[in-house]
Design a protein around this ligand. Sequence first.
Ligand SMILES: *Cc1c(COP(=O)(O)O)cnc(C)c1O
Length: 393
Amino acid sequence: MSSKDLKFNSKLIHAGHYEDQYGSATVPIYQTSTFAFESADHGAKCFSGESKGYIYTRIANPTVRALEQSIAELENGFDGIATSSGMGAVTTIYMALLGQGSHMVSTDAVYGPSRGVIEEHFSRFGVEASYVNTSNINEVIKAIKPNTKLLYLESPANPTMEITDIKECSRIAHEKGILVAVDNTFCSPYLQRPLNLGADISFHSMTKYINGHADIVGGIIIAKDETVYKKLRTLMINMGCCIDPHQAYLVIRGSKTLGIRIDRAQENAIKVAEFLEKHKKVEWVKYPGLKSHPQYELAIKQMDGPGSVISFELKGGLEAGKILMNNVKIAILAVSLGGVETLIQHPASMTHSKMLKESRIKAGITDGLVRYSVGIENIEDIIFDLDQALEKI
Ligand SMILES: *Cc1c(COP(=O)(O)O)cnc(C)c1O
């Protein structure tokens, strides 16, 4: 039975299985920078591609390959490319697919640095981008130009939790020969598989759900076809943002429990969202698992679950938010998300502080918005913690 025929939680354990010469049950850590060739001829053949042997860890490494093949299988892609961080994945995609005179259309409420790197750096090399609310298809259509090369989506968007219709956006982009890349970090392959919805590239900050234990940074790109994969692979090798084998090993280990971690976090998140929505000190809650979410129906259709990140605003805006953040005792006041521990942060002064205020407000990231990533602690403790901190306002 091939691992391709297995259900998701079984795939997490068996996909991309590494055949070890000693029968090791887990993937060994190949902590080496270089690999010996059998002969001068063999070395030449490894370089020409005639032989499959490993050459040098920046190019490929057995531990890293096991991780890449496993996640690629979970996403139903051709193959994967692991990177040193999520931003390594983002910049690899930009560098490989954009150039002088090209244009990109992107979700306005994307992860802050994904937008910052275009506006501060790629703009110097003649790359242009339009940031629109991609949850509105008409805005996507209007933003496309003759030189548009890439449609870059994040769904749910960060931190507004707006959902973009990946299938419809891919259909529109492909009519014009535009490639579609989706930042799938907020879902992980457990909850959403963009390539099955028509996208060409799905990518992650593995720092978040895939690893899930707040102990490494890493990224991965999965391409649907070989041509795009080769472009991205070559760029990553030449830019040098490869992942370290030990880091890759930790991600493999963390990823085994992805399904059960998300199930538990999601179960908690629904209860937290309902608690917040009813609380008299809360102005609004944005969570794809609540019927009040403007794209609740699309979320159900496109995702296998709402995830465990919740955005909300308190009555009293930022001042009230600060009291909450300073008084929680179980939730850690820290950026990042998708780990076993509950985290709380303030996007306007933290993850999205580099954005122009005007663009930030336009993208729906208000001054008082609080982002809460629900962990796998006991729900009674999480709610008790929020409740006592909200009391202080
Ligand atoms: C964290 C994050 C990134 C960047 O990943 P790093 O691993 O921190 O470099 C990109 N996109 C999203 C949605 C993220 O949450």
